[in-house]
Write a protein that binds this ligand. Sequence first.
Ligand SMILES: Nc1ncnc2c1ncn2[C@@H]1O[C@H](COP(=O)(O)OP(=O)(O)OP(=O)(O)O)[C@@H](O)[C@H]1O
Length: 303
Amino acid sequence: MAAAVEIQGITKHFGAFEALRGIDLTIGQGEFFALLGPNGAGKSTLINLMSGLLRPTSGHIRIMGHDVQSDYQQARMALGVVPQELVFDPFFNVREMMRFQAGYFGCGPENDGWIDEVITGLGLADKAHTNMRQLSGGMKRRALIAQALAHRPPVIVLDEPTAGVDVELRQMLWVFIQKLNRQGHTIILTTHYLEEAETLCQRVAMLKQGRVVTLDTTQQLLRSHAAKQLSLRVEGVVPAHLQTMIKQQQGDEVIFNLADIGQVEIILSALRQAQVAVLDIQLQEVDLEDVFLNLVGSQGGQA
Ligand SMILES: Nc1ncnc2c1ncn2[C@@H]1O[C@H](COP(=O)(O)OP(=O)(O)OP(=O)(O)O)[C@@H](O)[C@H]1O
C-alpha cells in the first residue's frame, strides 16, 4: 500500500520540554487511522507538524510523498485539517468561505461541484448563504469541517471533530467521512470517544508522553488485550490465587480479565471451593477504552 503519511524520526522540543520523543509512523493511502492518547500526549503537536504550522526539532514528514518542509505547497495541498478550535472569518457566508479556501489552494469553478457535495453531505445546504458569524455553534463546527475539505484533499485529519457536538452532527459527519474514505481518501482521526475509533478505524496508534506506545489494527488490539471480562457480584472473600486476574473490585462487584473463555469455569469453581457465593454473573466484551486505559492509563499525559 502506498504511503499517505510518512513520519520519520520526529522529535519536537518546546524549550527544554520534549513534546515528541521520536515518532516513526506510516499511514497507508485509503486507511481510516486513529491517533489516540491522553491529554498532553502530543497528538495536536504531531498534527501541527503535519500541516507545517510547527517545525520539527528533528525528523521528516511526507504527505502523499511531499516533504512538509522542502515541498510545503504540495504537501499542504494534499492535506485537509479540521482543527479543534472554532476559528473562522466572520465576513463570508459558508459557500464563499469554502470557495475562498479552495482558491487559496489553486482550485477554481471546476471545484464547485465538490463544494456542493460537501455542503450537502454535512447538512449545510440551507445555511450555504448564511454568514459565518450568524451560525449556531454546531453549524459553525460543520462549516469548519467543510472548510478543511474545500480543496478536496486526499488526506483528511480530524482533530477531535465531535468534541461537544450533538448526536445528529456526529452521525452525519461519520456517514459522510466514511463515504469519503470509501472513495479513497485517507482519514486520520483523534478522538476522546473511543467507541468512535473502535467502530470507524482500521488501525490505531496510541501516544503517551510523546512516544507511540502501541500501533496495531483495532481488531488485533482488542483480541490481544483479553477478549472478555467476567463481572461478578459475590458474597465472601475472593481467594488470593485469583487476585492477579482481577481488573477491578468495588464493594461486592469484582471484574476479572479473561485470557480465554475456559477461565470462567476455573474462577467459578475456585469461588465455590472457597465458599464464596456468586449473586450475579455477566460476561462482557473488552472495548477499546479498556485497552486504552490498560496501555496508557488515565494519567498518561505529561505534566
Ligand atoms: N507551544 C507550546 N509551548 C510549550 N509547550 C507546548 C506547546 N504546545 C504544546 N505543548 C506541550 O506539549 C505537550 C503535548 O501537547 P499536545 O497539545 O500536542 O497534546 P495532545 O495530545 O494534543 O493533548 P489534548 O488531547 O489535550 O489535545 C503538552 O504537554 C503541551 O503542554
